[in-house]
Structures are given as C-alpha cells and as structure tokens.
Design a protein around this ligand. Structure first.
Ligand code: SF4
Ligand code: SF4
Ligand code: SF4
Length: 252
C-alpha cells in the first residue's frame, strides 16, 4: 500500500445492521479505522460520501429492485467488495420471507410501497461479484480485523474450508449433539467460527451458511429417522438460508 490511506465504506441493505454493531464493539476499532480513509459508515459518521472505494463492506440481503440497482452502482465504485455477515453472504434471516406470500406479508410490513418493489431475498452475489465473504450472524470480530490487517499488508486471508464439526471438541464423543438426537447442523455448516456454539453448549444453527458440498440429504434423512416432520426440519434449516427440504428429502 502507498502513503495514501485506502478508502473504506460499509453500507447496509435489508438487515438489522447487527454486523456493523459487532464492528463498532471491537475494542480497538478506532485505532484500526485510523489506518483507513472511512468515507461511508453511517453508524459512525454523520456525513457519508459515496465515492470510489478501495474496500467496501456490504451488509444485508437484497430484497427490492431498487436495492439491486444501488448494489450494482456500489460494485462499480468498489475495487474490493466484501459480503458482511450471513444476510449478505447467503440471504440470512431476511431470506425467511421467501416462504411467505406478499399477501400475507402485507399484514406485517409498515411501508407497503416496499412490497411493490420487492424481489425474493437473496445474497448479494446473486447480483454482483463478491471478492470476499465474512460469514456469521453476526460476523466474528477477529475475522474482520484479520481481513483489514491482511488487506493493509497486501494479502487476503484464506477462507476456512470444512465444517463446524472440524473444530468441535464434541466430535466423535458421546457429547456430540447428533449422538444425543439433538439437531446440530455443524456437519453441513461452514466452519471457521471455532465451533463457538457447541463449545458453549448449544447446537450449531448454520449461521455461517452451508458448505458448498453439504450433504443435506443425509442430514434430513437422519432427522426424519428421529421422527421429525418435514416442517420441523425446515424450520431448523431455514433460519439462515433457504434449503429445499422436499427436494433433498425426495432423494431418500
Ligand atoms: S448477519 Fe445477522 S447480525 Fe449480521 S446483519 Fe444479518 S441478521 Fe444482523
Ligand atoms: S458441531 Fe455438532 S454435530 Fe458436529 S461434532 Fe459438534 S456437536 Fe457434533
Ligand atoms: S457454531 Fe454454527 S451457529 Fe454457531 S457461530 Fe458457528 S456456524 Fe454459527
């Protein structure tokens, strides 16, 4: 990197902006951000500018046609674009709306105009090229700081390959939730979170999204063998990503 500070931006689409808050709560965040020319970060700055960005973080899923247009404009202005968190990386919580018809949604949505313009909630890479993904709901703060640190050194960290089970101390022991017939999605979920949930006593909920070659067919078959209905399985699998339970189940 030259003497000039890289221009950084963080923008949000449909989400609760929890990943931006996770960034704000990083202990030494101001020391880290001092190394960048922060031009857009509306939770932090009063005046924000949509200029050309060296590194741009995009948070939230895309849920309207207007957002698609805006996202494409941002992409054109950004050299390196990062999907920030589950909503941006694979649809996340907003993708749950894809199971609800617009007629039903009208009962809950305050601004009805948003619905007229709405499209199925999707990850940002359904519309633009993404250069890097920060997974999780919310993101892991250390992964964010590691990315910025590496970026300043002209390197990009490799993404973790493998499932949550790989980092889980319960793996292969009677403590594994699956052995206890408790729904844990660690085997199909993208790892790299240091298996924080199983370590803390909670099954994995797939917040980092599915592994590219996740075997949902086997997972669904297992849960069905425990007596879980398709609806029950669907409610577990679809918290953070739309998984087609029926399609996968048919293969059984
Ligand atoms: S990934 Fe989770 S924490 Fe981040 S914006 Fe989406 S819902 Fe909020
Ligand atoms: S992540 Fe879940 S399924 Fe994987 S080893 Fe740990 S407890 Fe078992
Ligand atoms: S264990 Fe699962 S739910 Fe928990 S942070 Fe990791 S991927 Fe997300």
């Amino acid at each position: 990197m030259g003497d000039k500070k890289p221009v950084l931006g963080i923008v949000a689409f449909s989400c609760d902006q929890g990943c931006q808050f996770a960034i704000l709560f990083i202990d030494n965040i101001f020391d880290i951000l001092k190394k960048f020319d922060v031009q857009y970060f509306h939770l932090l700055k009063e005046k924000n500018r949509k200029t050309k960005f060296d590194i741009m973080f995009v948070e939230g899923a895309i849920t309207t046609k207007a957002q698609i247009k805006k996202l494409k404009e941002i992409r054109k202005k950004s050299k390196f674009l990062v999907a920030l968190g589950a909503c941006a990386a694979h649809g996340g919580v907003p993708a749950m709306r894809n199971f609800i018809k617009n007629k039903e949604l009208e009962k809950y949505v305050y601004n009805q105009n948003t619905l007229k313009d709405s499209v199925p909630a999707a990850a940002i890479d359904q519309h633009v090229k993404v250069d890097y993904y920060l997974y999780g709901c919310p993101i892991i703060q250390e992964e964010f700081t590691a990315l910025l640190d590496a970026y300043l050194k002209g390197k990009i960290p490799e993404q973790f390959e493998g499932p949550v089970c790989l980092e889980c101390p319960r793996r292969g022991t009677p403590e594994c939730f699956l052995r206890q017939k408790k729904v844990c999605l660690g085997a199909v979920s993208r790892g790299g979170c240091n298996a924080i949930c199983p370590k803390a006593g909670f099954p994995c909920m797939l917040c980092r999204g599915p592994l590219p070659k996740a075997n949902f067919t086997a997972e669904i078959k297992l849960f069905k063998s425990w007596g879980l209905s398709e609806e029950q399985i669907k409610s577990r699998l679809n918290l953070f990503k739309n998984i087609e339970v029926k399609k996968n189940a048919k293969k059984n």
